[in-house]
Ligand binder design. Structure first.
Ligand SMILES: Cc1cc2nc3c(=O)[nH]c(=O)nc-3n(C[C@H](O)[C@H](O)[C@H](O)COP(=O)(O)O)c2cc1C
Length: 139
């Protein structure tokens, strides 16, 4: 099984979570290709069995949260053609409805969201391990 992990990251946390997730998925027998959303290889998406989409939380800490650079993210994300997808967002204090909003975006691009997780930035490794567990259970 092959996965693509596509993420946007401003200060590196969401990228780091993607790296941890790739390590965990590898242990479970799932290989991953990682891409920034701005450098995504659409062929890799077409060939993947699973697409994981990661974003960071942008807002006023406890209100108005949404995926970071959401408009740009929506423009850059390709059509996902019924692919199985998982979503995650990293956050500092409170992710609000960021994950739900990211899920809607992925579904609007044709992705079938099978699960997701909010990952607190002070435990990226633990969060990524839990997300990998959820993904492995769901696929
Ligand atoms: C402009 C800006 C707004 C943010 N707003 C929130 C917020 O509303 N709630 C929250 O929990 N974290 C918020 N954060 C924290 C980030 O979501 C968190 O640090 C995240 O892990 C950053 O991911 P990155 O390092 O991949 O860019 C904000 C960060 C920035 C830079």
């Amino acid at each position: 099984m092959q996965a693509v992990i596509v993420y946007d990251s401003l200060t590196g946390n969401t990228r780091q979570a993607a790296n941890y997730l790739a390590d965990e998925l590898y242990r479970a027998g799932i290989g991953s290709n990682l891409f920034k959303v701005s450098e995504l290889n659409e062929k890799a998406v077409t060939e993947a069995d699973l697409v994981v989409i990661g974003s960071w939380t942008d807002g006023l800490l406890v209100v108005g949260q949404k995926p970071g650079r959401h408009k740009r993210f929506k423009q850059l994300l390709p059509q996902l053609g019924g692919k199985r997808c998982a979503v995650y967002c990293t956050f500092a204090v409170n992710p609000g409805k960021t994950l739900e909003k990211l899920t809607k975006t992925v579904e609007a691009h044709g992705g079938q969201v099978i699960g997701g997780m909010t990952i607190r930035r002070d435990d990226l490794e633990g969060g990524a391990a839990e997300l990998a567990n959820r993904i492995v259970t769901a696929v």
